[in-house]
Design a protein around this ligand. Structure first.
Ligand SMILES: Cc1cc2nc3c(=O)[nH]c(=O)nc-3n(C[C@H](O)[C@H](O)[C@H](O)COP(=O)(O)OP(=O)(O)OC[C@H]3O[C@@H](n4cnc5c(N)ncnc54)[C@H](O)[C@@H]3O)c2cc1C
Length: 441
């Protein structure tokens, strides 16, 4: 038997706008006894709930248990910007593009995840949280336009459609004259992440038992597999870990995962007069030409969300001070883009973690007999998490999904550099990349 003990469990600060604008959830059901199940999934984000849904499809009669350390959607799954992106999205590059063959494989996998989500949304009536409206790439200056041109040429080689927009076209779409140009790609979808994740969890209850505020503090493998929480235990035939970066908290994939934070602010709803002054479409999402720039969304309920700034936080925590400091960067980005909305204040500010690897590889596969991992989503967890969760269920049940071969062909996350080189290097690189983003930030 191997025993994996968690040296820390997640503690996200309050403040995610997506969570706060939903009605308050009902009381949490916590695990407070010892139970037996066929499957236990640890982590109820995109990956965990996709694994649960897929298992329920494949093994309808099995007892499936999901544990989360926090309330559903309190973690990164409910605090991201909600872009489900089908196209290459390599944060570590200067234009999102990667190598051609790799990008073609990634597009195929991402689209499978978006299709899985689309079917989930249709089956469970979650349409209010899912909008298949594509995404804009916005370039703030000539350097950004050049980066976008390079990305568009890359899309040509991949045979992917897009529409070019000049500054006027960008203004007509978004209301702001900030962008010198842009492109629109049709395959992305936008989700209200907390609404979708909570809706999915609620829809799965009945087929799947979900326990919140029930952190896995110890995992035993071997002949008596079990996951222990502070007040109970699930003995199960198979364990699927969908805890993203917290995989490392169990001593797994040590020194192979990078814990990066990013931050967002959300305004109050715009008034009718403010909507009139802004113009543009009622809902849209825009990612920056430079991956280190600002992501901006106008939500279906007329709020503006600004996300920017990445920080390297190997301790897997942020602080109110860090959130407030980066909030001032959001305010500057908002003011530069929306001078017509002067006086519209931010109602919510928050940060959340990403898990990246140096070679952008996922931590996916069977770790040992009966213990599976679907973690390390490299900043695009809405799709890569969904995909990893879904495929982990296929792998664990021996299902013949042809996408598994693509997923298993990824290398393992490569080793990080020794400390203090790693932390110093990561912070220096982020500083330089933020500077490079220039006006895109
Ligand atoms: C501000 C921000 C913006 C982002 N924007 C986007 C975007 O637009 N598009 C995109 O694709 N991605 C985006 N991301 C990244 C995305 O949120 C993550 O990649 C995604 O949430 C990962 O999904 P996951 O299911 O693997 O992990 P998570 O969503 O992190 O879920 C893991 C779950 O495991 C639980 N857990 C951890 N440890 C334990 C334990 N010991 N016991 C029990 N439960 C445990 C956590 O509480 C959590 O609920 C963004 C992130 C942030 C913070």
């Amino acid at each position: 038997m191997t025993r994996y003990t968690a040296r820390r469990t997640p503690r996200n600060l309050a403040g995610s706008g997506w969570y706060e604008i939903l009605p308050p959830p009902g009381p949490a059901r916590e695990l407070d006894r010892d139970i037996t199940a066929d499957w236990v999934i640890v982590g109820a984000g995109f990956a965990g709930l996709a694994a649960a849904r897929r298992l329920a499809q494949l093994r309808g009669g099995d007892r499936i248990v999901v544990l989360d350390a926090q309330r559903i959607a309190w973690g990164s799954a409910g605090r991201n910007t909600g872009f489900m992106i089908d196209l290459p999205h390599e944060l570590n590059s200067d234009s999102y593009a990667g190598a051609r063959e790799e990008d073609l494989r990634q597009i195929k996998l991402n689209r499978a995840a978006i299709e899985f989500t689309r079917q989930t949304v249709a089956e469970f009536g979650l349409n209010a949280y899912f909008s298949p409206c594509g995404k804009y790439h916005g370039a703030a200056d000539r350097a950004g336009v050049k980066a976008l041109d390079a990305f568009a040429r890359h899309l040509d080689t991949l045979g992917e459609p897009y529409t070019h927009l000049d500054a006027e076209g960008m203004r007509a779409a978004t209301g702001t004259g900030f962008y010198a140009g842009g492109i629109h790609t049709p395959g992305a979808a936008l989700v209200q992440p907390a609404g979708y994740i909570r809706g999915l969890a609620d829809s799965l209850r009945g087929r799947v038992e979900i326990y919140e505020n029930s952190p896995a503090v110890r995992i035993d493998t071997g002949t008596e597999r079990a996951v222990h929480t502070p007040r109970g235990r699930v003995s199960a035939g198979n364990i699927i870990l969908t805890v993203n970066g917290h995989l490392e908290s169990f001593g797994l994939y040590e020194r192979r995962l990078m814990h990066v934070y990013t931050f967002a602010s959300m305004t109050r709803p715009l008034t009718a007069a403010e909507r009139e002054r802004l113009g543009g479409a009622p809902e849209w999402g825009l990612i920056p030409a430079d991956p280190m720039g600002s992501t901006v969304r106008r939500t279906a309920d007329d709020r503006i969300v600004v996300r920017n700034t990445f920080t390297y936080n190997p301790g897997m925590e942020t602080s109110r001070r860090q959130v407030a400091r980066i909030g001032r960067v959001h305010d500057r980005s908002f003011a530069a883009r929306f001078p017509m909305l002067e006086g519209v204040e931010m109602a919510y500010r928050w940060g959340g973690q990403l898990c990246l690897s140096l070679n952008s590889a996922p931590a996916f596969g069977e770790i040992e007999d009966g213990l599976y991992s679907a973690c390390c989503q490299n900043g695009l967890g809405t799709v890569k998490g969904t995909l990893a969760g879904m495929l982990a269920a296929d792998l664990a049940t021996g299902s013949n999904n042809p996408l598994l071969a693509d997923m298993l062909a990824y290398p393992q996350p490569s080793k990080l550099y020794p400390e203090p080189l790693m932390t110093l290097g990561a912070r220096a690189k982020l500083w330089w990349m933020h500077r490079r983003a220039g006006r895109d930030l």
